[in-house]
Each structure stands twice: as C-alpha cells, then as structure tokens.
Design a binder for this molecule. Sequence first.
Ligand code: ZN
Length: 75
Amino acid sequence: MVKKTNGKLDETTIGASCPLGPPDWRYRCKQCKHVFLMPAPKGPSEEKNRKCTKCGSAEIERIDLVTSEVCPPGG
Ligand SMILES: [Zn+2]
C-alpha cells in the first residue's frame, strides 16, 4: 500500500550529512570587477536590489552557484 504524501520534501534528506546552510550565488561587479558571494535570494525582487558590496554598483552579474566546499563529498 502506497501512502500518499502531501508533496512536501523531506528536509532530513537534504544535506543530511552537511549541517551548513543553503548555497550562495557568486556575483561579479561589472564596474570594479569585484567578486563576492551572496545567499540565494528568496525572490526576484530581492535579487534586483543586489549591489556590489565594494562599490555599491547595481551592475553585477551572476557567475555561478557556490555549494559548500567545506563539506566533504560522501562524508
Ligand atoms: Zn563594484
């Protein structure tokens, strides 16, 4: 018998061996070339307000998603 769940992801299966938080986005400022990390935004409007942490320019581009490198693969 298959028990139907409400579609909610079981959080214990996500990062169970890794106690660290969610991954960060890596951004690069087009003005000063400064590269910095910011936590993944909760919504598009939040990301729109992102600015360079060094010069304050809104001309930033997202490079990639940075997952935790501290947590060893496979434990
Ligand atoms: Zn900048």
